[in-house]
Design a protein. Sequence first.
Length: 409
Amino acid sequence: MSGTIMGHFRSAEVRQLLHNKFVVVLGDSIQRSVYKDLVKLLRGDNFLTEAQLKRKGEMSFENDALVEGGSLNEMTNEITFREVRQYRTGHHLVRFYFLTRVYSSYLESVLSDFQRGPQPDVVMVNSCVWDLMRYDDHHLEVYKTNLDNLFQRLKEVLSPQCLIIWNMTMPVGFRDNEIPENTVHNLRMDIAEGNFFSATLADFHKLDVLDMHYHFRCNLRLRCRDAVHWNPVAHRKYSQILLTHIARAWGVEMPKGKMAEGSTAHSIPTKSVAKKPDAKLRPPLQERHLCSQEPLYMPGYTSFGGSEVDAIPGVRNPENHNNENINPDDSPFVNDSPLLRTDIAPRYYTPSDPPITSHSFAVRNLLFPNQPPPMKLPWFPHHAQNSTNMKKKSGRRLKPPGGWTHPYR
């Protein structure tokens, strides 16, 4: 959904969109906050409070009910923790299941609830941080296998009319004291790899994917002190992205009007009307103030002139990598960025320049075309030949008449 305008749903519009709908949220503590903000939107336009975000397993939140686990059982941070919440009115039903693993025997019991009915209309799923932190050393490989089992079981159990949304994991840091030391510095990279694999696999199973890692990559200031959880403003933006996707999937026209407080549209700015001159601004700022906002440049893919790209650019047969198989039609490197031009950044070339070498992965357009001349360094003799200090004997008596002693005693 990147590049599209995000809707700004008010409470009345959310109630209308989810009228007579059964919404299920599956996941960890971040998904619990997603559930809470959705319930908060159904009841009004206010944001969640910090206390509501931090609290877990409470008996009631905004007139919902704790169905299972939580404070009804022992409150722990172990992988055996369970929490099932439900918000129900005459025309809305929202349920949350806490997961410590993306696929397990507990998830099968959740799917059996769906088989008995009622069938959900929307299912939002995410589980990654617990899978990568709380299990054995081969967590990433097991996580990939469990993802395939999850997506396959969801397609088998849920009805074809159910909208299944896989929410990719948001950016995390490494300041959480509960993270093991051997995992703390690799967690961000493991999550990036897990996001890539989960999105690819979800698309293979024909499920909807929302890249929350992309949407919040520039909003790291909205994270809490533990660098894992997020504040109320971030979760309101999260809800707006989810509701916009649901509205588009159902063909519902998105609301137009004033942007909700604390929300920001994640889209490329379009052209705007020039503003009136401001007498308080200096002339250089005045000119910039009057300029109309053109669409901002967003880095994209490298232009290849519309030609088909091989597995390895310039190589017809990757298994036989030699100069005989170099593609003669391979063109010089061209980048879409306006900053990589000959007159602005030296040593970058245009298509009119001749290629430096026939090899596709040589230094073409990335390094200097020729190696710099070798530097003539002077010859220095060994330091022991010219240093008089090295020839001085130590003033310490290493072997006194009484025998050997420790030099630092």
